[in-house]
Design a protein around this ligand. Structure first.
Ligand SMILES: Cc1cc2nc3c(=O)[nH]c(=O)nc-3n(C[C@H](O)[C@H](O)[C@H](O)COP(=O)(O)O)c2cc1C
Length: 599
């Protein structure tokens, strides 16, 4: 059934006037992992048994992943209430008292702190609508952007996008209008638009959450993009480790087909466009656009030199626009509300909002959406609630393996593309990891470098050999076996790989190391000169000692030591010979009386 504009608007009005009481359960991957399925199943049964007139619905993640499962109860005549950390006991109580008895249960009320500095544009529907219902999406202004865009000429669409100032959210920050304009201006039989849902950075899950919580927004963005550049076909490349995202996108594609929002003669405007999902097998390099294209073509996911850029010569050598999930999810509202509306938030060069996955040593971890230009300080303390256990903040890592570490003295840095780049990091796709004094900067650099070694596709020598060599130096430093000369050599390789690697993976792999070398050079020197790791993370640099006053002479440490570095007996007590000790930490982990200190 091909719907026209009037029919879409009719559905919208119907959804808006639907005043049924409902209970929504956060059913994104984070909610399900925390036990939301059990809560949902209980509610379905409970509503059936009690015959109460309440709908039980699924929704995506509202961002507060640290307090899942989250349940919203909306009963006619009462204010909507959101509960957090809901387990089976809690939901029984909430159902009994709130749903049936109409009395709010105060024990599980959500902590709303940290939400005032957020602006939800991309995540506006996540955790609000049922991602598996196209009507729900239409009811919250879904497909209004498409209706308006299909009334305009492609060049007007590009103009609106230019006014909006939208830049790619996949890491590079390239102006979206320019990419679309290149592809639009080339005449070709076939053109393509691709949604990059590979999301391979450790710690990042923004795109997964958008795909799971608001799949139609991404589809709508792609249809608008297809119309603007003159494509009839698009692909969503999503990593196979995101099964729920894939399932919901596929459902959304079917529903859009049923309503004629995909397929032939969309909205009766003579425009034909279709979408297909392709699964990625979880290689980080396949997020790089040329490798991604090779992967869709059925070839090995190897990157190739650019130019030619995909917008000129992309999938099957045809002009191809590749955009990130979050970039595409921004598109519908830009066409519904206008380019100026979008540009009204943000900083001069970076407009709109950005979604971040705020993780690490932060009290309120989860997905946040903030206006560009907000400071790191505001994000970590006002939104994130500060550092876990009130420890001292040491640094914030942004941009994952391609990004860098920003030390605490720069917390007043505004979050925009240029400011982060000036500090030697990048915005990246939105991973943000908070670190405290217990994090060792050599260890952090080593972690990201190991990731790059594992993920390097091996096609170019600078990346294949360079990342391996950089990791070897970092290992040597963390073992206390390096010299100051080695630090210099490490730095030289970093600079060489940045310049010589074929693709972004190798070119940016040195960033975490270079930024830690720049801001935490003293820590590197301590590892090298004093053989000390102040954070106590580099196992080979630690020494273990038994505290005689605390030791209960139980002998547990003596028995677990694999190299017999502990001598003594139950009468006289025990002592560790640090010359024999291999720093495995087994004695430290085994002691029940905290009688072993690690320095
Ligand atoms: C190693 C590597 C991995 C990447 N992974 C992703 C990814 O998972 N998702 C993404 O959108 N972009 C990723 N990119 C960036 C893409 O190549 C491309 O620039 C982006 O999809 C363009 O979309 P945008 O303009 O909307 O940001 C990656 C780049 C590199 C070098």
């Amino acid at each position: 059934m091909n719907l026209d504009t009037n029919q879409i608007n009719h559905i919208r009005k119907k959804v808006l006037s639907n005043k049924v009481s409902c209970i929504k359960v956060g059913m994104a991957t984070c909610g399900i992992a925390a036990g939301a399925q059990e809560i949902y199943d209980f509610l379905i049964e409970a509503v059936k048994k009690s015959k109460v007139d309440v709908e039980v619905r699924k929704c995506g993640c509202i961002g507060a992943c640290y307090i899942e499962p989250i349940v919203e109860v909306k009963i006619q005549g009462l204010k909507p209430v959101t509960y957090s950390k809901v387990d089976i006991e809690a939901i029984k109580k909430i159902f009994e008292k709130h749903v049936l008895g109409k009395k709010v249960v105060t024990d599980y009320l959500i902590d709303e702190e940290g939400s005032s500095k957020q602006v939800r544009r991309v995540l506006r529907n996540c955790g609000i609508i049922d991602p598996e219902s196209i009507d729900d999406y239409i009811g919250s202004d879904g497909y209004q952007g498409l209706i308006k865009a299909l009334k305009s000429k492609p060049e007007d669409i590009i103009e609106t996008l230019k006014i909006s100032g939208l830049r790619g959210r996949g890491g590079g920050g390239f102006p979206t209008w320019m990419k679309w304009n290149f592809a639009k201006n080339i005449s070709a039989e076939e053109k393509y638009i691709i949604c990059n849902g590979d999301e391979g950075d450790p710690g990042a899950y923004m795109d997964r959450s958008i795909l799971e919580g608001d799949p139609h927004a991404v589809l709508e963005g792609m249809v608008i993009g297809g119309y603007a550049i003159g494509a009839r076909k698009g692909f969503l490349y999503i990593r196979a480790e995101y099964p729920l995202a894939v399932e919901r996108i596929q459902k959304a594609i079917e529903q859009a087909h049923d309503y004629g929002l995909l397929g032939d003669n969309i909205l009766d405007k003579g425009f034909n466009f279709d979408l297909e999902v392709r699964l990625g097998a979880g290689a980080f390099v396949c997020g790089e656009e040329t490798a991604l294209i090779a992967s869709i073509e059925g070839k090995r996911g190897y990157p190739r030199p650019r130019p030619p850029y995909p917008s000129v010569k992309g999938l099957w050598d045809k002009p191809t626009v590749i955009n990130n999930v979050e970039t595409l999810a921004n598109i519908p509202a830009i066409f519904d509300k206008g380019g100026k509306w979008f540009a009204s938030l943000g900083s001069p060069q970076s407009k709109g909002t950005k979604v971040f996955a705020l993780t690490g040593k932060v009290k309120r971890s989860g997905l946040i959406e903030v206006p560009m230009g907000i400071t790191l300080q505001e994000v970590v303390f006002d939104i994130g609630g500060g550092v876990l256990n009130d420890k001292k903040i040491k640094a914030v890592q942004t941009g994952g393996p391609s990004g860098g570490v920003i030390p605490a003295q720069f917390l007043d840095t505004p979050l925009d593309y240029e400011s982060l780049q000036n500090l030697g990091s990048i915005m990246g796709s939105g991973g943000m990891i908070v670190m405290d004094e217990d994090d060792c900067m050599v260890d952090i650099a080593k972690f990201y470098m190991r990731f790059c070694v594992d993920e390097s596709c091996g096609k170019c020598a600078p990346c294949r050999i360079g990342t391996y060599q950089m990791l070897e130096y970092l290992k040597k430093i963390s073992r206390g076996q390096a010299t100051e000369d080695d630090i210099e050599k490490l730095q030289d390789i970093c600079v060489a790989v940045q310049k010589a690697a074929l693709c972004g993976l190798g070119q940016t792999a040195p960033n975490p190391t270079l930024s830690t070398l720049k801001y935490f050079n003293q820590e590197y020197l301590e590892h090298v000169k004093d053989r000390k790791c102040r954070a106590g993370k580099c196992a080979r640099l630690l020494t273990y000692h038994i505290i005689p006053k605390t030791c209960k002479k139980c002998g547990a440490c003596f028995h677990v030591c694999p190299v017999k570095a502990i001598s003594g007996n139950k009468n006289e007590g025990y002592i560790i010979d640090n010359n024999k000790c291999i720093r495995c930490g087994k004695c430290y982990d085994t002691c029940r009386f905290n009688a072993i200190e690690r320095k």
